[in-house]
Design a protein around this ligand. Structure first.
Ligand SMILES: [Zn+2]
Length: 260
């Protein structure tokens, strides 16, 4: 699943190419909802959590969620696509520019700005300002949504609590705060919860302007680093499956001892 920062960077790339231009072609073979009218102007491209929203002047908002497989490409008219046409889920033509979304599992349209339909999402940690009030809301949602025994890594990934954290950040946040990813959330006190989400917001926003995602100096802390030495203590990083969703997870057995 892409991290929230990926979708924000994507929106920043698509925005100048699309906003202000007029839709002259729209194909979306598996669209749920009604298509925007050809001839409508594109008025906004936004990321909300991991959802990309494209708004049209006729009141339609197109939502795509890329999950693991989806991607958006920009082409000039006549340019060869880098993926096969049968994988195209959305084709937006605007004059000389063609934006193509490949393999997205979710392609929906809304007759509002789309945000109302995404109201179940927790605050977006990639947003411009992350203050105490926003973290307060996150912690309140956590209490409402998470069962006390839920693994910390799974809570961090729950987009109903806060949106934007994917598996890279969930794993690295646990390492940064020296917590085993399987720690039941009831064993994590409020101060620590607050620090975890504050760190998440700082890292997500710091990575909006970088080419390569880093969570610690030099790269990632534990994500994808099985058997390589812990950046703090040198112990080989362990990997396994954690939580009800059995997500791939990495941790340092010494810095992040299992919760007892
Ligand atoms: Zn370590």
């Amino acid at each position: 699943m892409p991290e929230g920062d990926t979708i924000h960077k994507l929106a920043a790339r698509l925005r100048p190419a699309l906003v202000g231009s007029t839709l002259d072609r729209f194909d979306a073979p598996r669209l749920t909802g009604s298509p925007p009218a050809v001839g409508s102007e594109i008025t906004a491209v936004d990321a909300v959590g991991k959802h990309l929203l494209i708004a049209f002047a006729d009141g339609t908002t197109l939502e795509t969620h890329l999950r693991m497989t989806g991607s958006w490409h920009l082409y000039r008219t006549g340019e060869r696509w880098r993926k096969p046409a049968h994988l195209a889920r959305v084709v937006l033509g605007c004059g000389e520019t063609i934006a193509v979304c490949f393999s997205a599992p979710v392609v929906r349209s809304h007759r509002d700005d789309g945000r109302r339909s995404l109201a179940h999402l927790g605050p977006d940690l990639c947003g411009p300002a992350t203050d105490d009030t926003l973290i307060d809301e996150v912690l309140e949602r956590l209490v409402q949504v998470a069962e006390p025994g839920t693994a910390l890594a799974e809570v961090l990934l729950d987009q109903r609590i806060a949106s934007g954290i994917g598996n890279v950040y969930a794993n690295d946040l646990c390492w940064i705060h020296r917590l085993h990813p399987a720690t039941p959330i009831e064993g994590v006190d409020t101060d620590t919860r607050r620090q975890l989400y504050a760190t998440a917001a700082t890292l997500l926003r710091a990575n909006l302007s970088t080419q390569r995602r880093t969570t610690v100096p030099g790269g990632l802390a534990v994500y994808g680093r099985a058997r390589r030495p812990c950046r703090r203590c040198g112990t080989p990083i362990r990997s396994g499956r954690v939580g009800l969703n059995a997500r791939a997870t990495w941790w340092c057995p010494r810095c992040q001892p299992e919760h007892r």
